[in-house]
Design a protein around this ligand. Structure first.
Ligand code: CP
Length: 313
């Protein structure tokens, strides 16, 4: 049984991207592969793209798809071994994961970081709980520390741009009024390690990502300098990692503007706050790839599900 939990489970990024591009040309080509198989999507947090694109990917492969908003409709889960469940939780992950496994052939899970307790978030108790107790393959639809389906979609989007030279790709922090997790940025960084590109991360001091994830990579604290000669600028907010989960400031000077974008292509995973993270002129201009990134979420998910179904993951 193979799970897809992180970018580390992509064993051949160029090969997976090529396969995704083929699926995009002919999404129904493997419609029989998932016949009589069921995909279960469990959401502990909100979603638009992940929910619909993963559902679409399963349908394209001929699967039945069940979706549950576990966060507000499921029983509150307990996770620890030996937990005395005399407080707010009604069901243990041990039973929940085994029960869900009876109903489906693949289970995909979204469970964000709480951003209150770093150790608890990094323990990934929802994802790892299902990994431990489920008897079917698990797919990560964004966990506390990673969003590998987004990173794979971003790799597909980059590949479709047919850059002739080795591109310069910049990941830039941008301001945001509420604390956001590190998952998208983490997985983008991990995916960039698999690319032949010049890669620069830029953010204000205090917003360093987990140093284990960024070890050895270029970090430039001057955003304008980082953007020089960039071919792609990927913008994303994240909260502080060292002062865990805090919004240290929302410096509007870091908002993405058309003037800063220059000739580069703009990327963002969405959803995005207009005129806070990025100004309208960028999102509404011809250099924005955000809608294509969202489109590619279907084919990223379809590659992963296909590999699980045909045992090539
Ligand atoms: N990019 C992304 O994961 O979007 P949703 O949160 O809407 O699923």
């Amino acid at each position: 049984m193979k799970n897809f939990l992180s970018v580390k489970h992509i064993n051949d990024l160029p090969g997976w991207v090529e396969e995704a591009k083929k699926l995009k040309q002919n999404p129904m080509a493997h419609k029989k592969l998932g016949a009589e198989k069921t995909l279960c999507l469990l959401f502990f947090n909100n979603s638009l793209r992940t929910r619909l694109s993963t559902q679409k990917a399963g349908l394209n492969l001929g699967m039945e798809v069940m979706v549950m908003n576990f966060g507000n409709e499921g029983w509150a889960l307990a996770y620890g071994d030996g937990t005395i469940m005399n407080q707010g939780t009604s069901e243990h992950i041990k039973e929940a994961a085994q029960v869900v496994s009876q109903y489906c052939d693949i289970v995909a899970i979204r469970a964000f970081a709480g951003l209150k307790d770093k150790d608890k978030d990094e323990a990934e108790e929802v994802l790892n709980g299902f990994k431990k107790y489920a008897s079917v393959p698990i797919v990560n639809m964004e966990s506390s520390v990673g969003h590998p389906l987004q990173a794979l979609a971003d790799a597909i989007t980059l590949a479709e741009q047919h850059t002739t030279k080795r591109p310069k790709i910049v990941l830039s922090w941008a301001p945001h009024p509420i604390a956001l997790p590190h998952a998208v940025a983490n997985s983008f960084v991990e995916m960039m390690r698999l690319q032949d590109a010049e890669f620069v991360i830029t953010h204000p001091k205090g917003y360093e990502l987990n140093p284990v994830i960024t070890e050895g990579l270029t970090i430039e604290y001057d955003q304008i300098k980082a953007f020089e000669n960039a071919d792609f600028i990927y913008v994303k907010n994240w909260s502080s990692y060292s002062d865990y989960g805090k919004v240290l400031h929302q410096n509007p000077d870091w908002m993405m503007t058309k003037a800063k974008l220059g000739d580069a292509k703009f990327m963002h995973c969405l959803p995005v706050r207009r005129n806070v993270v990025v100004e309208d002129a960028v999102l509404d201009g011809g250099q924005s790839l955000v809608i294509e990134q969202a489109n590619n979420r279907t084919f990223a998910a379809q590659v992963v599900l296909k590999k699980i179904l045909d045992n090539t993951l």
